[in-house]
Ligand binder design. Structure first.
Ligand code: AMP
Ligand code: GLY
Length: 427
C-alpha cells in the first residue's frame, strides 16, 4: 500500500521512518517533507505540497492510489482535513475539525473537562480586556502565578505564566489590545498555576478503543536547567519514570476514558492520536493541555520504541479494529536531542551548510531525524529553527542519552545550538 504523511518536521521524518519499516507499505510520500525525508530513498519520497493545501493533498491521494494518510501537525486538522478526506471516502488518521477543538480551542477543552469532571486547573474565560482586567484586579496577590492562555492555535507560544498582577495586566493588554496573537486571542483563558512535573501520554484511538504509546517527557525551554524562553521542544526521553503504573492507571481512569466517552457522547467521537499533556503532583495527574496529534520531539523517542507495525496499527484505528492489532513496545529507553539554529526561538539564520560525519549512519540504534533542513542541488542546508532531532536507544536512559550526544557531536553547521542536559533530570 501507499501511505501519505503530512508535515515537514522531525516528527514526520520519524513517522516516515516507522512507516517505511512496515512490510505492508510499498511507498511513503511526505508532503512537503524535509531534507531528511528527501535523502531517505527506498520507499520514501517528498511531494512538494503544503500541509495546509487540503484540496491539493486530496487530489494527490486520489491520483496516486494512497490508501492511508497520516496528519502530523495541528493546522490541517483545525482546517478540517479529516472531514474533507472522509467525505471523499479516503482513509485518514486524525480527529475531525470538531474533535480537534480539544487542541484548537482552549476554551472548548477547559469547558469540556469541566463538563466531564476531568482533573485540570481552575479557570475563567474572557472575551474582552475590561472583564479580564477586573478579574485580575480582584485576585489577591498571593494567587500568583496565574497562567494566561490565548484560546486558539499559537504554535506553542500562546501561554504566558504571569508571576504578579503587573505582568498579568501587561499580558492581557498584549493579547486583547495589541493583538500579539491575532484572532487566536479573541478569547483568553486565565487559569490557576499547577504545581508538579510534566509528562506526556499518547494514545491512538478509533473513537472507542485506544492503545497507549510509551510516555515521554519534553524539554520546552531553550536553556540548560529549564531556563529561558519556551520553544517547540529541545529534547525528550521515553519512557517517563514519573508516570508509574499507578499514575498511568489514574490517567486512563480519570482522563483518557472520560475524554473518549465524553467526546462520543457529545456527538464528535475522537479519532486519531490524542496527546495529553499532564502535570503530576504527588502521583495525582491533572491535564495541562490536549493536543490532537503526536508531540514533537516526543514522537522521535516514542516511535523508535514501538516494536510492532506502526502502519498496521494506524490502519486498524481507521477501520475500527484497534482491539485486534498488536501494539508492542521495546523494553528499552530512548532519548532525543534537538539541534537548533543559533538564536532560536527568536531570530535565526538559515541556509547554513550542514556536515554529518559518515559514521553516524553505522551507529547502532541511532537515528538522525531532520526538521528544518532542505536538500537542494546535492547540498544539505539549514531551513528552520529546530534543525535536527537526534535519537538513540539504549538499555537504560543513561545509555540512550550518552549515545544521542555522541551522535550530536558528529553533526555541524555554523551557529548550531543544543541543550546539554536532556534527560538529566530523570537520572
Ligand atoms: P500549553 O500550551 O497549554 O501546553 O502550555 C504550555 C506550557 O505552559 C505547558 O507545557 C506548561 O509548562 C505551562 N503551563 C500551561 N498551563 C499551566 C498551568 N495551569 N500550570 C502550570 N504550568 C502550565
Ligand atoms: N512537544 C510539545 C508539542 O508537540 O506540542
Amino acid at each position: 500500500m501507499n501511505v501519505l504523511i503530512i508535515g515537514s518536521g522531525a516528527r514526520e521524518h520519524a513517522m516516515a521512518w516507522a512507516s517505511a519499516q512496515s512490510e505492508r507499505v510499498d511507498a511513503v510520500f511526505v508532503a512537503p517533507g524535509n531534507g531528511g525525508t528527501a535523502l531517505m530513498g527506498g520507499k520514501v519520497r517528498n511531494v512538494p505540497l503544503k500541509a495546509t493545501d487540503l484540496e491539493a493533498l486530496l487530489a494527490f491521494v486520489s491520483d496516486n492510489g494512497i490508501e492511508l494518510t497520516v496528519v502530523g501537525p495541528e493546522q490541517p486538522l483545525e482546517l478540517g482535513i479529516v472531514d474533507l478526506f472522509r467525505r471523499a471516502c479516503k482513509k485518514i488518521v486524525g480527529p475531525t475539525q470538531s474533535a480537534a477543538r480539544l487542541e484548537s480551542s482552549k476554551v472548548f477543552a477547559k469547558e469540556f473537562m469541566s463538563r466531564h469532571r476531568i482533573p485540570s486547573a481552575g479557570y475563567h474565560v474572557f472575551q474582552d480586556s475590561s472583564s479580564a482586567f477586573d478579574y485580575i484586579a480582584s485576585l489577591p496577590s498571593d494567587s500568583y502565578p496565574q497562567v494566561i492562555k490565548a484560546s486558539g492555535l499559537c504554535a506553542g507560544k500562546g501561554v504566558i505564566i504571569a508571576s504578579c498582577r503587573q505582568e498579568a495586566t501587561e499580558c492581557i493588554s498584549a493579547m486583547f489590545e495589541d493583538r500579539i496573537f491575532g484572532d487566536a486571542a479573541n478569547e483568553v483563558v486565565i487559569e490557576d498555576f499547577l504545581q508538579g512535573e510534566e509528562a506526556s501520554v499518547f494514545a491512538l484511538t478509533d473513537g472507542k478503543e485506544y492503545r497507549l504509546f510509551l510516555t515521554a517527557q519534553d524539554h520546552k525551554r531553550i536553556g540548560d536547567g529549564d531556563t529561558g524562553k519556551n520553544t517547540g521542544g529541545m529534547g525528550a526521553y521515553a519512557p517517563a519514570p514519573l508516570v508509574t503504573p499507578e499514575v498511568m492507571q489514574k490517567v486512563e481512569e480519570l482522563v483518557i476514558r472520560p475524554t473518549l466517552a465524553g467526546m462520543a457522547a457529545e456527538g464528535y467521537p475522537y479519532t486519531g492520536f490524542l496527546y495529553v499533556g499532564l502535570m503530576i503532583d504527588h502521583g495525582e495527574p491533572s491535564v495541562v493541555e490536549y493536543n490532537a496529534r503526536l508531540g514533537d520531539p516526543e514522537t522521535q523517542v516514542v516511535l523508535p520504541l514501538l516494536k510492532s507495525d506502526f502502519v498496521a496499527a494506524l490502519q486498524a484505528s481507521v477501520d475500527g479494529t484497534l482491539d485486534q492489532v498488536a501494539f508492542e513496545m521495546h523494553r528499552k529507553s530512548a532519548a532525543t536531542v534537538v539541534i537548533a539554529s543559533g538564536g532560536y526561538p527568536d531570530h535565526y539564520e538559515t541556509s547554513k551548510m550542514i556536515t554529518i560525519a559518515d559514521d553516524v549512519a553505522s551507529m547502532d540504534e541511532c537515528m538522525v531525524f531532520h526538521a528544518g533542513t532542505s536538500y537542494e542541488g546535492g547540498k544539505l542546508l539549514t531551513a528552520g529553527g529546530r534543525v535536527f532531532s537526534v535519537t538513540a536507544l539504549g538499555e537504560s536512559l543513561r545509555e540512550s542519552i550518552a549515545s544521542a550526544y555522541r551522535a550530536v557531536e558528529k553533526i555541524s553547521f555554523e551557529g548550531s545550538y543544543n541543550r546539554t542536559d536532556i534527560g538529566a533530570k530523570a537520572l
